[in-house]
Ligand binder design. Sequence first.
Ligand code: ADP
Ligand code: MG
Length: 284
Amino acid sequence: MSPILEIQNLTHIYSAGTPFEHTALSGVSFSVERGEFIGIIGHTGSGKSTLMQHLNGLLKPTSGKILLDGADIWSDKKLTRQARFRVGLVFQYPEYQLFEETVYKDIAFGPKNMKLSKEEIDRRVREAAGFVGLTEEQLEVSPFDLSGGQKRRVAIAGVIAMEPEVLILDEPTAGLDPAGRAEILRNIESYRQAKNATIIMVSHSMNDVALLTDRLLVMNGSHLAMDGTPNEVFSHAWDLVDMGLDIPEVTQIFLQLQKLGLKLPPVYTMEQALDALKGGIIGA
Ligand code: ADP
Ligand code: MG
């Protein structure tokens, strides 16, 4: 099957031709298969958010192409508009963009723009609320009366209600407590499973991305530095450290033990670490 998204040699220069010119993306290429769950990591300023905003046509490439189902989304206006709906983008701190009087109206905003019938909008709002664990009663309150974590869920529901084939989330768990983070990750997983959706998630939490995703992309200084399974990427853990990334503690401990001469595989979860130790040191 052909990839759902193809990013070809994408370069983005902000304020080109002015003293503020800044190259945020240089020659980035990768493709995304239908149904994949991709994690994006990279230091602050490496171009992650700029990259995400290209995938649904919000930003236009300075050069290079974005293909959705094989068609260049900038080759015609209809395709650009379609990309906005087929690829849903949840911004960093999306709760700041809530503005309606009720949670219901906020979630309905996207589907309304798609000119769907009232019944279809209603069905989608209720279904999206279900995915993120909001109750019927909460649909009628003002979003401003909710907690931070609940507001975040409303904002995510607003994008889910558009039923995007590709759901992009830019640091969806940033600033939440561990319980709130786990809840959001469960919400994303339930949407993915119910709709067979493709998910692209930017995260500063290596633990979250390593555990949940099929594939990791690592951005470094406007370039795509790595593209592989979590296992492949963590087998280059020293390079991640060099890029200024916070690798999981258990990975760090294993790196130190390798330095001391112990033969150990790359790990990024406690379970992998325990398995490796059982098979190696302890079993020996
Ligand atoms: P990340 O999400 O990885 O932190 P961004 O894509 O937000 O990275 O930013 C990449 C680079 O582009 C940074 O150096 C940032 O300062 C710059 N940048 C981001 N947005 C703009 C903008 N609107 N105008 C000019 N420069 C920008
Ligand atoms: Mg960002």
